[in-house]
Structures are given as structure tokens and as C-alpha cells.
Design a binder for this molecule. Structure first.
Ligand SMILES: C[S@@+](CC[C@H](N)C(=O)[O-])C[C@H]1O[C@@H](n2cnc3c(N)ncnc32)[C@H](O)[C@@H]1O
Length: 257
């Protein structure tokens, strides 16, 4: 962070293709540096559950079957925050495996606490940059779905390069999805929503799935989607609504190879 509190690390913007960062010129990231100090409750959940349910992002391919102990369609949630949506959705889709990717350690600890308390078996978490996960750990045509709920909008134009969802990310995601796999994005930032829509629509391997309002997305099954879209309303979303910011839901389906 600089003296005026702005994030100053400068990284290369590419997200598709081989890793482009190095220790001297690391890649631009879509997350800010935040405290990783845990409360005693979070620390307890971390100590009991991390070894079983969590891993740091690595360079090796993910052995999802070995880790989850079964073969099931895999959905990756990027930026799971405190894991409110992750835990709720995992309970509604016990036939799917959910991988929550997050850099924020207290958020991961909260999720571990929920998984423990509610005895949820089908979630694992990776701590680190989701771009690294998709580039290095996930093979082509291997996942059913990708969820990105309320990604940081990076509203200032000089920060747009930090946005997670940009054309190169959609190209990378499309490659990793199986045919018919789905990307589900929700955002409360109108200008970012437009940029995300343009970026996803510009990816020739994806087709937009028409959706209605957020409530309609949640209540009605989205035709042609192999996964659920009924997100719980989080505190984050309620605050956005109180402040008059509408939520946009965007869905794309991976075209057949
Ligand atoms: C605005 S929060 C939203 C959290 C949650 N999805 C929700 O709806 O409450 C965005 C989250 O994405 C995480 N994040 C941003 N870029 C990421 C990346 N490249 N890899 C993993 N997590 C990331 C941040 O740490 C942050 O917790």
C-alpha cells in the first residue's frame, strides 16, 4: 500500500495462457491486501478444519476426486468472501462438489466454521489467486460451473486492469468448462456489469443465457443450465439494495466443442 492507502503493486494484466508474472514483475491482481488476523473463533475453525478442507494454491493439477473422495461435477466459486453463498448453495446441491477460491484468510476461516457447524461434506477451499488456480490447477474441459458473486468492481479507470472479469478471463474460463458448463456472475456495480457483459459476450466459445431479475433467477430454474442459481441474499447484497444499487445477474453457457 502507498502512503495514501492505495494499492501500489503493479502486475502484468494477462490472465489467459501461461503465467506471466515473476517475482520482480508480478501480475496485476484483482484483490487488495487485507488483514489476515483471525478472531479466536475463526482460529479454532482454521486449526480444526484447514488440513482437511483447505489448501494453498499450488502449481500442480488439482486431484478433485482424491480430495473430495468421490467423482462429482465440480463448481468453482471465485472470491467466496465469508462463504455465505458457498455453504448455502452446497447444501442445496449435494450432488455437486464446490471449490471456494479466496485470498482473504478470515473469510476462509468463516467458511470452515460453517462447514464444520453444519456438517457440509461437499465443499473444499483453496487459498490464493483464482487466476493461478485456473491457469495451473484446472485442466481444459474439466469443470461444470463457475460462480463469481460481487467481484470487486475497481471503478477508477486507472484500476480497470485489476478487474478479474475481463476478456482474457472469459477465454480462460471457457477453456476450462465442459460443454454446456455455465458461468454465473452477480454484481451491484452498473458500469462493471456492462463491461462484464461485453467481455463475456465477446468470447466466441460462450453463449449468453437469458435471465430475468435476480429474484427470478433464484426462484425459477434457468432453462438449459445444469446447476442451481438460487443464491442466498447476503449482507453485502442487502446493503447494495439499501443504497439503491440494482443487482445484475449474468449467465453464459459453454458452447459444444
Ligand atoms: C466484494 S467481495 C465479495 C465476496 C462474496 N462473493 C460476497 O458476495 O459476499 C470480493 C472477494 O473476492 C476476493 N477476490 C478478488 N480477487 C480474487 C482472486 N483473483 N482470487 C481469489 N479471490 C479473489 C476478495 O478477496 C474478496 O473477498
Amino acid at each position: 500500500m502507498s502512503h495514501n492507502g492505495e494499492v501500489t503493486d503493479v502486475r502484468d494484466t494477462g490472465v489467459a495462457g501461461p503465467p506471466q508474472g515473476s517475482r520482480l514483475h508480478p501480475r496485476v491482481t484483482s484483490f487488495r491486501s487485507r488483514s489476515s488476523v483471525l478472531t479466536p473463533t475463526q482460529q479454532g475453525a482454521w486449526d480444526r478444519q484447514w488440513d482437511r478442507l483447505g489448501r494453498n494454491v499450488a502449481d500442480e493439477p488439482l486431484d478433485a476426486e482424491g480430495w473430495f473422495g468421490r467423482s462429482a461435477p465440480l463448481i468453482i466459486e471465485i472470491g467466496s468472501g465469508t462463504g455465505t453463498a458457498t455453504a448455502a448453495m452446497a447444501q442445496r446441491e449435494p450432488d455437486k462438489d464446490l471449490l471456494a477460491v479466496e485470498v482473504y484468510r478470515p473469510g476462509i476461516a468463516q467458511l470452515l466454521g460453517s462447514l464444520e457447524r453444519e456438517n457440509i461434506p461437499n465443499v473444499r477451499t483453496l487459498r490464493g489467486d483464482a487466476v493461478d488456480v485456473f491457469q495451473n490447477m484446472i485442466g481444459p474441459a474439466s469443470i461444470l460451473g463457475i460462480r463469481v458473486f460481487f467481484p470487486d468492481p475497481w471503478p477508477k479507470s486507472r484500476h480497470h486492469k485489476r478487474r478479474l472479469l475481463q476478456p482474457s478471463a472469459f477465454a480462460l474460463f471457457a477453456d476450462r468448462l465442459i460443454d454446456g458448463g455455465v458461468i454465473h456472475v452477480a454484481t451491484d456495480h452498473a458500469e462493471y456489469a456492462e463491461y462484464v457483459a461485453e467481455s463475456g459476450d465477446g468470447e466466441p466459445l460462450l453463449s449468453r443465457l437469458p435471465v430475468g431479475t435476480p429474484n427470478e433467477v433464484r426462484e425459477a430454474a434457468v432453462p438449459n443450465s445444469p446447476m442451481r442459481h438460487d443464491r442466498p441474499r447476503t449482507k453485502f447484497e442487502m446493503k447494495a439494495e439499501e443504497q439503491g444499487r440494482a443487482v445484475t445477474e449474468l449467465l453464459w453457457r459453454r458452447n459444444n466443442r
